[in-house]
Design a binder for this molecule. Structure first.
Ligand code: ADP
Length: 883
């Protein structure tokens, strides 16, 4: 039928004139046609257009009772599937971001002309959106009222228009305090305050047939309370006009409203005055409200003024608008946004943090709540902490000291290498961020440390010394400072700074030991030691002070003055001047002349004193250490030595003088004696020659004695002369071949040798540096003695080389010498025998000794009586040793 219709009239005009919506959908589901009314109904569904498919619609379908339906249950699709009509399906089409559409749908198949299937579906639609929305609203208000009615605070009445109660619900008793019967008797005038307000409500009821008004009720006890008066006029089947009344206690509501009013007022006050900026925009981004702070932020951020009704979008440049709209679209879709803007305010940079939140009424987003706060300080603080964080890292990386940062649960947040070096040494492993430091602590130490950590977290600073040993058992000492890390005034962690003070600690301990040793040494010292603090005047003295000077500590009433007064008055000035001068010159050690100190018993003690000046950092002397040695005995000894030396010197000079005199005398004597002796000898030989025949035997014997005496005297004088000459005539040194010299001498002695049958052996002899005539004398004398004092002489002459000298010897097998005469034989005129036993003058060995002494050598004898004698003498090799 419709096909016919369609083919014969201008169906479009027809359909468009209909108030109902008409949609034709072909067999494939394509929307082939819709009239104006349908277009309007589906205005909110852009995809529901001619040419689009009915299968792909973005909507959600619900039944009248809000039960969800599958999209395939949309009547058009159902008919395409079943070929059966659907009538009066009431549907809710829910669309994203849009108000739902309510439709009353009839769907009928359109039969295909040449095939058994259908050509399409025709939908007839009635728009129920407005009706259904209204209904829903009603339903929700009904709901509200139903809650009022059901509450036991409501009272129900059936009354006459004049206010006489015909029937009263039980709730009224609770509300007013009267019984139902009392209420029926007393009527409304007693339980409703008859004021202007009530009269107005009654008037309204009479005019409109119904009223809901807030009036004041009065209880039996006289108290007045706000209540809702809901009156409905109605006519009974008997034609009587009656009123149904519900009265509800609004005390609570009024209270709530008052509260709401108050809080609203408060809120307004707060919002208007707070620095916390806020604004509300509706979905069209028009401002609903904003506070002063918000307005200020707009001025700062966008350099614009706003007033109510302004649109947020107008604040933005065209290019930004799209972005803003997009952002708000997301907010309206339910998400929250947070972003920070930077702007300059004068010179300074300011930061605002903006929060956008959807503003909902029920589940519907009706706008957005914008709040904004100035986070400049926070940003600055964050930047600062970032800087600080940076510098902390830098500090930690570069510090030689161990650093660790713990949170409030002692969990390591960061730690540096030196800290871990210690951990490695002490605990054998490192800590890494995330470790709990307590896990590293020995259980016996844990309680103490935990207590300490807690104190730090309470805001205290702590310093701990850890004494421990490393893996090799060597001592390790750490000084740790524990500081609370605070945030907003609360300790949120612990900062640990750990310093290896082992070296200092050991040095300290060593220094203390050294100090103790020094103190012991000072106490035990024989030196008088005192230490004076120049700032405090305090003086310390050692034991020697008492022992050497006899004073006790108690003898010094004024310790600083005392020592000066001990100095002998004659020395005092010199000492004080020396101290003052050397201290002023900046000397560290002050040397003093030896001075006298008075012993407690009055005698003087000489002291040799040094003072050590210890200066502070500014160079000011503050400690004076005095060390004084008692040199009294030493000085006495020195004095007696000097005296002895002087005496010796005098003696030596006397001796020298007398020696010289003696030598001169010996020379003069022997020289001058020669002449008279020669005369005596000449005349004796003349007497013997001329008068020998005239003399008897006795006379001849006397002359023999006289001649003999003169001969001996001659020998004596010659020897003496020779002796005395040795001192005066030193002669020149020259290399002397001693072997040649000795062999020459043996020629001279050839007569004696053969007479005595002497055996002489000459060992190899060296060439030495000597005065040849002197050395000849020496050998001559020793050789002649060796021949003289032996009966059958066996003589050995030799030399032995020493490092610095030659040692010669002349060994015989003669009578020998008693040890007690070893010295005597070298003295002038000393003879061990009478001239009758052995000839000689007793000068020979004295001459030999004098020669050897003068040449820097030594002479001695080794012998025993009857065992022969060996005479030794030395000749120095080098000339320097010669005098
Ligand atoms: P004299 O001219 O008497 O020998 P000397 O000065 O040569 O004087 O010697 C002193 C004394 O030393 C000698 O009188 C002798 O008693 C003793 N004397 C010296 N040489 C020997 C010797 N080879 N054997 C024993 N006695 C000796």
């Amino acid at each position: 039928m419709i096909n016919k219709l369609l083919s014969h009239i201008d169906y479009k005009t027809l359909f468009n004139s209909l108030g109902q919506g008409i949609v034709y959908i072909d067999h494939s589901g394509l929307i082939a046609f819709q009239n104006k009314a349908a277009e309007q109904m589906f205005a909110a569904v852009p995809s529901f257009r001619t040419g689009e498919s009915v299968y792909h619609q973005p909507w959600h379908l619900f039944t009248k009772r809000d039960e969800p339906l599958a999209n395939n249950d949309f009547p058009a699709i159902a008919v395409l599937k079943t070929h059966r009509s659907v009538s009066n399906a009431i549907l809710k089409i829910a669309l994203p971001e849009r108000q739902p559409i309510w439709l009353d749908v009839n769907a009928d198949p359109v039969a295909a002309e040449n095939s058994p299937g259908i050509a399409g579906v025709i939908l007839t639609l009635v728009d129920l959106t407005e009706t259904m929305t209204e209904k829903q609203r009603l339903r929700s208000s009904e709901e509200k009222y139903r809650r009022f009615f059901l509450s036991n605070k409501s009272a129900t009445f059936l009354a006459t228009k004049e206010g006489q109660y015909l029937d009263v619900g039980l709730g009224a008793e609770t509300l007013f305090g009267y019984t139902v019967d009392e209420l029926k008797t007393i009527g409304r005038d007693r339980i409703i305050v008859q004021d202007e307000n009530f009269e107005k409500a009654v008037k309204q009821r009479n005019e409109r047939g119904s009223v809901v008004a807030e009036v004041e009720g009065r209880r039996k006890d006289g108290s007045v309370f706000p209540m809702l008066w809901h009156a409905n006029l109605f006519t009974t089947s008997a034609g009587e006009e009656l009123v149904s009344v519900v009265m509800i206690d609004l005390t609570e509501k009024a209270e709530l409203e008052k509260q709401a009013e108050r809080s609203k007022y408060n809120l307004d006050l707060v919002l208007k005055n707070t620095d916390y900026a806020f604004a509300i925009v509706d979905r069209q981004l028009r401002f609903v409200t904003f506070n002063n702070a918000y307005r200020r932020t707009i001025e700062t951020l966008y350099n614009q003024r706003i007033d109510e009704n302004a649109c947020l979008l107008d604040l933005f440049a065209a290019a930004q608008k799209e972005k803003v709209e997009k952002t708000f679209a997301e907010v309206f879709a339910g998400s929250q946004k947070l972003f920070t803007d930077a702007a300059t305010e004068g010179e300074a940079e300011v930061y605002y943090e903006t929060t956008l939140q959807p503003l909902k009424e029920g589940s519907r987003v009706i706008g957005a709540y914008i709040s904004r706060r100035n986070v400049t300080q926070i940003v600055a603080a964050i930047k600062k902490t970032q800087d600080l964080q940076f510098s902390l890292d830098l500090v930690m990386e570069n510090s030689e000291d161990g650093i660790a940062v713990l949170d409030a649960n002692y969990v390591v947040q960061s730690v540096n290498e030196p800290f871990n070096k210690t951990m490695q040494l002490v605990h054998g492993r490192k800590v890494v961020p995330g470790d709990c430091l307590m896990d590293f602590i020995n259980s016996n130490r844990k309680p103490f440390l935990e207590e300490t950590f807690k104190e730090v977290l309470r805001g205290e600073k702590k310093e701990l010394t850890f004494e421990t040993t490393n893996g090799r058992g060597e001592p390790m000492v750490y000084l740790s400072a524990l500081l609370p890390l605070c945030k907003d005034g609360h300790a949120v962690g612990i900062f640990i700074l750990s310093k290896d003070v082992t070296a200092a600690f050991l040095a300290n301990r060593e220094a203390a030991a050294v100090k103790a040793r020094l103190e012991r040494a000072a106490t035990a010292s024989y030196d008088i030691i005192s230490e004076r603090n120049l700032k405090t005047g305090a003086v310390k003295r050692n034991e020697a002070f008492r022992e050497v000077l006899g004073y006790n500590e108690s003898d010094f009433a004024q310790p600083a003055e005392a020592e000066l007064h001990l100095i002998h008055p004659d020395d005092r000035q010199a000492v004080t001047t020396a101290i003052a001068e050397q201290m002023a010159a900046g000397h560290f050690i002050v040397k003093l002349p030896v001075y006298r100190v008075q012993h407690r018993d009055g005698h003087c003690v000489y002291v040799d004193t040094r003072m050590m000046v210890t200066r502070d950092e500014s160079g000011e002397p503050y400690l004076l250490t005095t060390v004084a040695s008692d040199v009294t005995e030493f000085l006495q000894l020195q004095r007696s030595l000097v005296e002895a030396n002087e005496a010796l010197q005098r003696q030596t000079e006397d001796l020298k003088r007398s020696n010289t005199e003696l030598e001169r005398f010996a020379y003069v004597a022997s020289h001058d004696l020669q002449e008279p002796l020669r005369m005596v000898s000449s005349f004796l030989s003349l007497i013997k020659k001329r008068y020998n025949s005239l003399l008897d035997d006795t006379g001849r014997q006397y002359i023999h004695f006289a001649t003999d005496g003169a001969l001996r005297m001659k020998a004596l004088i010659q020897d003496l002369l020779q002796f005395s000459r040795i001192g005066t005539d030193k002669g020149n040194k020259e290399p002397v071949d001693t072997a040649k010299l000795v062999n020459g001498l043996l020629d001279e002695f050839v007569f004696t040798v053969s007479e005595k049958g002497a055996k002489i052996s000459v060992k190899p002899l060296p060439v030495v540096l000597a005065v040849k005539s002197n050395l000849t004398h020496v050998f001559q004398n020793l050789l002649s003695n060796a021949l003289k004092y032996a009966t059958h002489p066996e003589i050995e002459i030799g030399a032995e080389e020493e490092e610095e000298e030659w040692r010669f010897y002349v060994k015989d097998n003669g009578i020998g010498i008693d040890a007690k005469f070893f010295e005597k034989i070298f003295v002038l005129f000393q003879q061990l025998h009478t001239k009758n036993e052995y000839s000689g003058t007793g000068i020979g060995l004295a001459i030999v000794k004098k020669i050897i002494d003068q040449s820097g050598g030594r002479i001695w004898v080794e012998s025993a009586v009857g065992q022969g004698s060996t005479f030794f003498f030395t000749v120095p090799k080098s000339e320097t040793n010669n005098p």
